[in-house]
Design a protein around this ligand. Sequence first.
Ligand SMILES: [Zn+2]
Ligand SMILES: [Zn+2]
Ligand SMILES: [Zn+2]
Length: 321
Amino acid sequence: MIGTAASLNQEAFNLGYYQLTPIERRLLSNILHAYLVIQLDLSMGYACVSTPCSLEDFSQWAWEQFPRLLTCFIYLWTNHRTLIGSCGEHCSKCLIVDGHQKVRRRICAFKDVKVETEEMKELVIGCCRTPVRQSRFCQLHNKETVFSVNEQSKPIVKKKRIIQKFIRRLSNRLNKKNGHLNLTGCRTVKERSDQYVKKCTRSLGIIALVSNCRIITSFSELYRSETLREIINFFAITIRVAGRLSPTCVYDDGCHLVKYIKNHIGTELVETPAMVLLRSTPISVDRSHFPNHVGVFCRKTMDPNKNPRLCCSYFPIVSSF
Ligand SMILES: [Zn+2]
Ligand SMILES: [Zn+2]
Ligand SMILES: [Zn+2]
């Protein structure tokens, strides 16, 4: 099939044919996606690969297949050292967690979607569906939200705003009193304010786990903000699927993550095997972000230079990592 397409393209190019009908953007992306799905399935060793006959059914099919495909992706790339072959001496020694906030798409404005995971009874993730035309909500939440918006009467909203203003002024005054510097804790929290998240109708980018041998091993889309609970869930899914984690991890907000796990395991976080592994894995802050971390706890435990499992030679390109 690829051979035929290539020869037709070559013929059109040589004879100077031009495009008679405009290319349908969505159709083309569906075709490319179908091709990539077939490629992934074949590389995973499936003898039988199926895609929908009609491209009309593609969106629904892709929605249903996504969890399976993501599982394959995480399993394959986290274990690439044993399944494909080692990249070298330092293959899969360290995983870096980082967010990329530029890939944003329109999502439903309904933020109150809760899921139950093995670790958490209630994790608020927000709705990931695309809104219907001329609405801020998806098909599922379009009717629900019209009712709840009308329900909130204006005086209540006004009162809420006055209280929020008062709290903001109070915290500003307190910060001034403390001389702006909070030397006992790092002020590197990634979470955006609730107000911002509620108003935002775009996703907040993606977060990925990248190995030191430059391979994306796992990824997830963020629908609310980079909250610690979402990051923990992201780790938990990766560990459950892959069955392992690297000997050490690097995260630019590592201190808050480690503290949250230590303080909440056994209470808000169920002590599953994945959580036990994550708790025992040393996490450091990367060198470029470490100067911003001024907290006592952070200086003591998050220093990349003091992590015996982390070595400069893991990152030959960025030596200052
Ligand atoms: Zn590798
Ligand atoms: Zn929705
Ligand atoms: Zn810190």
